[in-house]
Design a protein around this ligand. Structure first.
Ligand code: BEZ
Ligand code: FE
Length: 289
C-alpha cells in the first residue's frame, strides 16, 4: 500500500494528498486549502452526526430554492459576509477610487437607456429627489461618455422586478451617459430600506440567529468608462435605519451621503420636480485598467 490511510489526526493531509495530482495548480491550491479549513472546522466544533445532517438538509433546501430569478446560494454568501469579502479583496482601490459593494440580485434585467434629466420614477410615487454626480478618473479628470447604470427600490422598499403587477417595467432604473464634463443627473425618489428575500432557508438562518433581514436605503450604481475599471457600488442614504447592521454587510463609510431637503420653488421648477425635493450627490472616481 502506498497511500497513507485516513485517521482523525491526519485527515486533512490524507484527503489533500488525493488532490495532489490535480493538473491545474490553482484548483489544487484551492481544494487543498478548502479541505484543511473544513477539517479544522469540524474538529474545532466536534460536529455531531445530527448537525452534519442538518447542514446537508439546509444546503439541499438552499439549492432547491434557487430558480432562474432567485439565487439562494448567493443570498447565503451575502448574509455570511462572503460576497462582500470576495468583492472587497478583488476591488482594492487603495483609497484612490470609489469603493465597490455587492451587486445584489435585482440587476436581473437590462436597464433602459435614459436621457440626462429624465425622471426614472415612472409611477410618480415617492419623495422627489434630484440625483447628480460626476464620473472622473482618480485625479479628478472628467470622463465624458461614461455610462452610469442605476437601480433602486420605490418608497415601499420594492424593486420593479419584485412587483411586476404593481410597478411599471423599468421603474426606478436606467442607464445614463455622462456629458462633456463627465456629469450625470436625473430625477427619482428617495429609496427606502427593505428586507432581502427572507421566506427561504436563508431567512430561516437569520431568524434562528436573531438577525434581521434588512438593508439600509441605497441606490445601486455600475459606472463604466472606456479604459477604466468599472465599479459596482451603492450610495447609502445617511439617515436610513440599518446603516450599522446591513444584513449583507454592504455599507462602507465612503458610500454614505446626506440627502438634504431643498425648499426652493424656482429651483424645483427648473429641475422639473415638486417643491420641496431632496438632493443626492454622488461622484464616482474610476481607476485606469
Ligand atoms: C440588493 O441590494 O439589492 C441586495 C444585495 C444582496 C442581497 C439582497 C439584495
Ligand atoms: Fe439593493
Amino acid at each position: 500500500m502506498t497511500g497513507e490511510l485516513f485517521s482523525e489526526e491526519r485527515s486533512a493531509e490524507v484527503v489533500a494528498e488525493s488532490f495532489a495530482g490535480t493538473p491545474d495548480p490553482r484548483l489544487r491550491q484551492v481544494l487543498t486549502s478548502l479541505v484543511r479549513h473544513l477539517h479544522d472546522f469540524v474538529k474545532d466544533v466536534e460536529l455531531t452526526e445530527a448537525e452534519w445532517e442538518t447542514a446537508i438538509g439546509f444546503l439541499t433546501d438552499t439549492g432547491q430554492t434557487c430558480t432562474p430569478t432567485r439565487q439562494e446560494f448567493i443570498l447565503l454568501s451575502d448574509v455570511l459576509g462572503l460576497s462582500m469579502l470576495v468583492e472587497t479583496i478583488n476591488h482594492r482601490t487603495g483609497g484612490t477610487a470609489t469603493e465597490s459593494t455587492v451587486l445584489g440580485p435585482f440587476h436581473m434585467v437590462v436597464s433602459p437607456a435614459r436621457e440626462l434629466g429624465d425622471d426614472i420614477a415612472l409611477d410618480g410615487k415617492g419623495t422627489p429627489c434630484l440625483v447628480s454626480g460626476q464620473v472622473t478618473g482618480p485625479d479628478g479628470d472628467p470622463l465624458p461618455g461614461a455610462t452610469v447604470d442605476v437601480w433602486q427600490t420605490n418608497e415601499d422598499g420594492f424593486y420593479d422586478v419584485q412587483q411586476p403587477d404593481v410597478q411599471p417595467a423599468g421603474n426606478l432604473r436606467g442607464i445614463f451617459t455622462t456629458d462633456d464634463e463627465g456629469r450625470f443627473w436625473f430625477r427619482s425618489v428617495v429609496p427606502r430600506y427593505y428586507p432581502i428575500p427572507d421566506d427561504g432557508p436563508v431567512g430561516q438562518l437569520l431568524a434562528a440567529t436573531g438577525r434581521h433581514p434588512n438593508r439600509p436605503a441605497h441606490l445601486h450604481f455600475i459606472a463604466q468608462a472606456e479604459g477604466y475599471r468599472s465599479v459596482t457600488t451603492h450610495v447609502f442614504v445617511a439617515d436610513s435605519p440599518y446603516l450599522d447592521s446591513d444584513a449583507v454587510f454592504g455599507v462602507k463609510d465612503s458610500l454614505v451621503r446626506e440627502v438634504p431637503v431643498v425648499d426652493d420653488p424656482a429651483r424645483a421648477a427648473q429641475v422639473g420636480l415638486a417643491n420641496p425635493f431632496r438632493t443626492l450627490t454622488f461622484d464616482l472616481s474610476l481607476l485606469p485598467v
